[in-house]
Design a protein around this ligand. Sequence first.
Ligand code: MN
Length: 211
Amino acid sequence: MSLEEYNKKRDFKKTSEPKGKKKDLSEGKLKFVVQRHAASHLHYDFRLEMDGVLKSWAIPKGPSLNPEDRRLAIEVEDHPLSYKSFEGTIPEGNYGAGEVEIWDNGYYEAAEKTAGKTEDLVLRHEFHRGSIKFILHGKKLKGEFAMIKMRSKDENAWLLIKHKDQFATDSYNAEDNINKDSKVSKLVKTKHKKEKPSKSSSEEDQSPSKK
Ligand code: MN
């Protein structure tokens, strides 16, 4: 889903979010960011730099470090690279109105390297095949993960799964790892009391595609 869609949804006279422009392929390490976003529903926006943009998914329950969890991740429109540092208020009446904060960020790399191919190319290929394997180097999220496109259901549904490694844990809830005094947390407390991601992940257990 393109940056065009990103621009169409937003009025940049009213929101302080960055305008969607494609960057040249990045020098150096590929970045990732996870933003915690209190909009009509609280969710986490998971974004991976690829092809000069941020490929983006909305994860209702947030990422997990527990390999048993399969977190539903809904692919949304590409965001501009500059979105990786966006935090703040999206005013009422605008797309995604509410509060955004950076929950985690850092760089990431392809878990499987291919000789003669840039990492960006490897990841783009995996993205189009619907199975991305990568290593996150964040403050909260570390180690190997997979983002797998689901075979059934709607075509934007993926699953984020932690692989077993030294960073995996037995249980994990993103909402236990937040700044409780932030604007996002305050908005969640006042306005979205009933919409906190639940600790149970069982209803999201689905078979990932075997592609
Ligand atoms: Mn969002």
